[in-house]
Write a protein that binds this ligand. Structure first.
Ligand SMILES: *Cc1c(COP(=O)(O)O)cnc(C)c1O
Length: 334
């Protein structure tokens, strides 16, 4: 399938006025660590608290007006974006999620008037329910990552980053299904073929990483994580986000739960930003020295939709328990 900068430029026109242009701000602390300008693209400030609004709005706005409604599976933020976009268009939305999705995300989606279905213990089970609804009720399914409209919407982030800082040498992108990384990499490399785009994800259940190594989409077991938004597979029948990530990402780097915890603390205590675990993996990669930028670098702070009780525990240095996962506490600066 052809996918190019033109799709992303078109998406920018479609989403204007619904998804916001977000600030792209320097982090003095991270710049010191990196030895280079290090900037944060604050997608946590989108109306639904995550960048996924961009792709969801582009996909929903592109549907014919007589579409009976939309459905999707989601780790939370895509569902919230789709619910928001569907409400804007006066369309019905049914969001399918697994029991691994934090309650704060489920509540946020219900508050937008969407119908929520909680099914099973994995993103794959939620995806099967969403497929069933398409067949049974004629709803249009919007994939969280493997859809050209969604990828184009996410790619608009890179247009804004490079518009503000044409000298960016490295972009660090949180990576799960790869819709964000695919869109950002296609846009960034069309503008500057020399730029490095690196996907970052957690070391347990990293489906895109495993698939890139295997040379084709593979399934991996799903685990509880501080970066819950990075959970889930890429789909064995992946058509677009896998080949785009394979062809355009320079590298994929993995970080541990403890490294995510430390990066969440850095973002909060140094930059005063509240963000979910998935949002800080780019910081974690630089804090650990796994990535050493050789010029101005930027990462995307992808979302803020996290359980505040969990967040305050982590900031206080207490142990965090998510499902069967326990992440040891650490006091910041200790
Ligand atoms: C979805 C999501 C990601 C990863 O995006 P993909 O397109 O699935 O790779 C990262 N961070 C947050 C907060 C998300 O919601």
């Amino acid at each position: 399938m052809d996918f190019s900068l033109a799709d992303i430029l078109a998406a920018r026109r479609v989403i204007r006025g619904v998804a916001d242009q977000t600030p792209f701000v320097p982090s003095p602390f991270m710049s010191k660590v990196a030895g280079q300008d290090f900037l944060l693209k604050l997608e946590n400030m989108q109306p639904v608290g995550a960048f996924k609004l961009r792709g969801a709005v582009n996909a929903v706005m592109s549907l014919p007006g007589d579409a009976p409604g939309v459905t999707c599976c989601s780790t939370g933020n895509h569902g919230r974006g789709v619910a928001y976009a569907a409400r804007e268009r006066g369309m019905k939305a049914v969001i399918c999620m697994s029991r691994l999705v934090p309650q704060a995300k489920v509540d946020g989606i219900r508050a937008l008037g969407a119908d929520v279905r909680i099914v099973g213990m994995s993103q794959d089970e939620a995806m099967h329910e969403s497929r069933r609804l398409c067949a049974a009720e004629g709803l249009v399914e919007i994939s969280p990552f493997d859809d050209p409209k969604v990828i184009a919407g996410q790619g608009t982030i890179a247009l804004e980053m490079l518009g503000a800082r044409p000298d960016l040498a490295t972009i660090l992108v949180p990576l799960s299904g790869g819709g964000l990384a695919a869109g950002v990499a296609v846009a960034a490399k069309a503008i500057n073929p020399k730029i490095r785009v690196i996907g970052i994800t957690m070391d347990r259940g990293a489906a895109m990483h495993a698939s890139l190594r295997a040379g084709h989409p593979v399934e991996v077991p799903e685990h509880a994580s501080l970066a819950d938004s990075l959970g889930g597979g890429i789909g064995l029948a992946n058509r677009l986000s896998f080949p785009l990530c394979r062809d355009h990402l320079d590298d994929v780097v993995l970080v541990t739960e403890e490294e995510i915890r430390d990066a969440m603390q850095v973002l909060y205590y140094e930059d005063r930003i509240v963000a979910e675990g998935a949002s800080v993996v780019g910081l974690a990669a630089v804090l650990t020295g796994k990535v050493s930028p050789d010029g101005p670098a930027g990462t995307i702070v992808t979302g803020r939709n996290l359980d505040m009780a969990l967040f305050t525990r982590i900031m206080a240095g207490e142990d965090a328990v998510i499902g069967d996962l326990r992440v040891r506490g650490r006091c910041y600066g200790a």
